[in-house]
Ligand binder design. Sequence first.
Ligand code: GTP
Ligand code: MG
Length: 376
Amino acid sequence: SIVLPKFATVSNLATLLQVRFVDLQQRMQDMGYSDTDPDHIVDDENAQLIADEFGIEGQVSQSHGDDVYAQPPPENLAACPERPPVIALMGHVDHGKTTLLDYFRSSQIVKGEKGGITQHIGAFMTNLRQTNRQVCFLDTPGHEAFLKLRQRGANLTDIVLLVVAADDSVMPQTKEAIKHAKAAGVPMLVAITKIDRPEANIEKVTADLAAADVDVEDYGGETQTIPVSAVTKQGVDDLETALTALIEVIDARAPKYGNVEGVIVESQKLKGLGLTTSMIVRRGTLKPKMPLVAGTAHCHVRQIFNENNKALKEAPPGTPVRITGWQDLPEPGDTVLQASSEDMAKRVVANRKRLIQEALEAKQVEIINENRRIEH
Ligand code: GTP
Ligand code: MG
């Protein structure tokens, strides 16, 4: 039996089934397929039917992005090098997420923010003080308007660092962040901030968290809650110790070689740079000139910048970067895959756009038929 990609072109399929292209084309036409152009995309179900015709048992691949490159052999992840884990700061507006990030990075981002409010997802590389271990922090906005960004943040991360102010306790966006973390299936660590404030009530926060379905340690669960103050620095060492322990548990690893895979954090048109995206490299090493595909956009990587706008020659797994060279803007959350050539990247994008178009048209036909059924 052979493994069939989710989306293969007719020409790919001929290669996979080891039959002559013209023979495949003829057989497909006999089966009733009208479009048998080499570039026409066949989904996995149809590929299975066609493979059956040739007496070959086809198994559907579970991997995403088979239209970009042939599936590499299963990896022994445990043998891969460690990569910086991605840690997302999440929580209600003004509870102290960016301030904590500033502490970890010895930076002053909060001071430069408009109205002291975070309005986008920022990705920052830093070394933890105790272990010098490199980590990638994602700062997310707490303001209620940015629900999508928080949802996205939870899906990009390895660990959610939930920030709850001791003087305000669990608020609507705290609950929302808990929901996102659970949906994304990532472990959580809680920082109870602002414990220097006179109204701080740590016990209330812990009880409210338990009531919000967080399995807090104080109530026999697994989620640690660490009281901290960014002002007096009380508890920050304990927070880092707890974070380090969790990082060891998740043991983030990725291969440095092979095809690059990543995920889009944000897409932007920037003056002088054109279409850019921030992205996190998940595996492989990103380099300039690489052809990439993400969603229905492709890129010939022109420049790679780190968070300080320093140009990089390469970016290994776990690195947040901004890249230029996009022909179109992909959607945040889109998977980024390296293509074998610029031409291949263009073809993949054209195919994906056509698939979307076909799906839309099929949906329209379905709706029209449904309406007819109701009318009769
Ligand atoms: P959004 O990104 O808008 O959701 O806010 P945020 O969670 O990033 O909060 P931010 O770090 O901007 O902090 C909000 C305010 O709380 C700022 O004025 C901080 O100086 C203050 N703050 C943060 N941490 C502490 C703390 O531990 N103690 C005290 N007293 N104030 C704090
Ligand atoms: Mg903030």
